[in-house]
Design a protein around this ligand. Structure first.
Ligand code: WQD
Length: 343
């Protein structure tokens, strides 16, 4: 897809990351012109090659720090954006407990800078990458956007909750920004081309990359963190959403903001499948879909894990005219195909 001169330019901070890169693909496919700003602190430049292969063209990418005011102002000045999707953030829950100031400084400063630059350069549409982690362990399931946020389980989660409040308060002060905070559940899988996917640095914290690395023989064995929860098979329940479904939700969010005639607005929307899956069922489905037997043991619970969380997606269906279309089996097949490609 070659960009037409008037394709609306969208700033995608963290656009070389896992969700960011998949969203760049969906943006181009929807007729937008994404411009990536990424400091490559948690992503690899090879992602740009993957994007070029999928799209058949280069995507503009600035290697820059989203906290650098002069650099970001120059990019806003030069590019003339129609909207912003803000992914750039540190996201390792465990590391955030060890280094809270690194997380508060990086994740909050980059948002504050964007909120100052957007009105200055007449950019009003903002899609913000938030997380279901703000719910903690919800009382009711599936969890709706009306469910009260609980105190964050980690500084990482707290940066997401505080960021939502910063955007809300900015909009309430009539700063001309229309914003949607998308609360992701568990993004998994990879682009079906296997040209882009998840690139966890070091030992994966998340379940699916640990499963695929175990299946590839990179890890000896998977530990299931606890089977004594009050769930169907004793293991934790999560809402695993294909990363391409998640990417498409961002495009829909941008479209809805562009269509809105509001001067300023703010809303939060859950982005999940609406289905909860246990860890053991993920393992069973992976084995069925790939034919690979997984070596796993049951270990103790992981500190900070919530027992069950999965989304009520009614609002996303209605407000974004969007729903997840890919199955768990497809997510796991795509994740495995990507792992085989990079192994
Ligand atoms: C899923 C389940 C583990 C690894 C994280 C972030 C959250 C959000 C989504 C960004 C849990 C179990 C895992 C393993 C296991 N990210 N597990 N063995 O913790 O739900 O959420 O990703 O917004 O902020 O915290 O995802 O993949 O780490 O764990 O048994 O080796 O798999 O206990 O029940 P989580 P996860």
């Amino acid at each position: 897809m070659t960009p037409t001169g008037n394709s609306p330019k969208i700033l995608v901070t963290g656009g070389a990351g896992f969700i960011g890169s998949h969203t760049v693909v969906s943006l181009v496919e929807a007729g937008f012109e994404p411009v990536i700003v990424d400091d490559f602190s948690n992503s690899e430049r090879s992602v740009l090659d993957g994007l070029r292969t999928i799209l058949g063209r280069d995507v503009t990418c600035y290697s820059a720090n989203c906290n650098d005011a002069a650099e970001m102002a120059a990019i806003f000045q030069k590019e003339g954006f129609s909207g912003v999707i803000h992914f750039a953030a540190y996201k390792a829950v465990g590391e955030s407990v060890q280094k809270p100031l690194k997380y508060y400084r990086n994740n909050l400063d980059s948002l504050l800078l964007l909120l100052e630059l957007m009105p200055k350069y007449k950019v009003s549409n903002l899609v913000f990458s938030s997380s279901c982690t703000v719910y903690g362990q919800p009382e009711q399931l599936p969890v709706t956007e009306q469910t009260p946020r609980l105190p964050a389980q980690s500084p990482y989660g707290n940066t997401k909750a505080i960021s939502e409040d910063i955007i809300r308060d900015t909009v309430n002060a009539q700063v001309p920004i229309k914003a949607l905070a998308l609360r992701y559940f568990n993004p998994v899988g990879a682009h079906p081309s296997a040209e882009i996917g998840e690139l966890p640095l070091g030992v994966p914290a998340n379940l699916i990359p640990f499963i695929t690395q175990t299946a590839a023989g990179i890890r000896q064995s998977l530990t299931v963190y606890g089977d004594d929860y009050n769930t169907s098979d004793g293991t934790c329940v999560r809402d695993y959403i294909h990363v391409v479904d998640l990417a498409e939700a961002h495009v829909q969010a941008l479209r809805k903001l562009s269509e809105s005639s509001d001067e300023a607005s703010y809303d939060v929307i859950n982005i999940g499948t609406g289905r909860g899956e246990t860890v053991l069922n993920i393992i069973k489905t992976f084995e069925q879909e790939t034919g690979v037997k997984l070596n796993y043991t049951i270990g103790p619970r992981r500190a900070g894990d919530v027992e069950q969380v999965y989304a009520d997606v009614t609002k996303a269906n209605q407000a974004l005219d969007w729903q997840a279309r890919r199955s768990l089996a497809e997510s796991l097949r795509d994740a495995w195909r990507w792992q085989q490609k990079i192994s």
